[in-house]
Design a protein around this ligand. Sequence first.
Ligand SMILES: [Zn+2]
Length: 178
Amino acid sequence: MILFKFLFQIYIIFEMKNIILCFKHDVSMAQKSEDGWTRVSLPKSLTDKIRQMLEEEGVEYNSISSFIQDAVRRRLEELEKIRLVGEEYNLDEKEVKRMAEFEHVNIAENNGKTIIAIKDNSDGHIYDVYLSKDARGRAKMFCEGDKSFDCVHVKYVYFILLPKLNKLIEEYKKKRRE
Ligand SMILES: [Zn+2]
């Protein structure tokens, strides 16, 4: 159930990306008001999903608005993180921009392999990344689509996804110990 909640939250957060793009490209969507708030329109299908999740899963948010604020904040933090990681590891600027378009869509087991699926919005394809062995027999992440150990999808898994997963696993273990 925890994993389901986590994946659902990830899904909602990535949906939020489209909303942030709306902010960028269609400011007219947002109506300015004088009380320090800006109102935006969201697809009803999305707010229905959020409402359903808050009701059924008992996730602790006071309102849809507070949930959306949290999701948008997380997405902004993630974009900032991608930028910082790019600087820290001297990644190619084009690759960093491309990473901002990635959606982590799923983690699945197949023939004993744990596969991380990434949807790359720059070409619309889904790239499977999993642990494999390189020519020298060293365990490394491998991108099936690019047949590569160091393409932009592998870097995304190493630098953006894995630190996040490690943190979640730590929190999970901590909770179990309590
Ligand atoms: Zn790749």
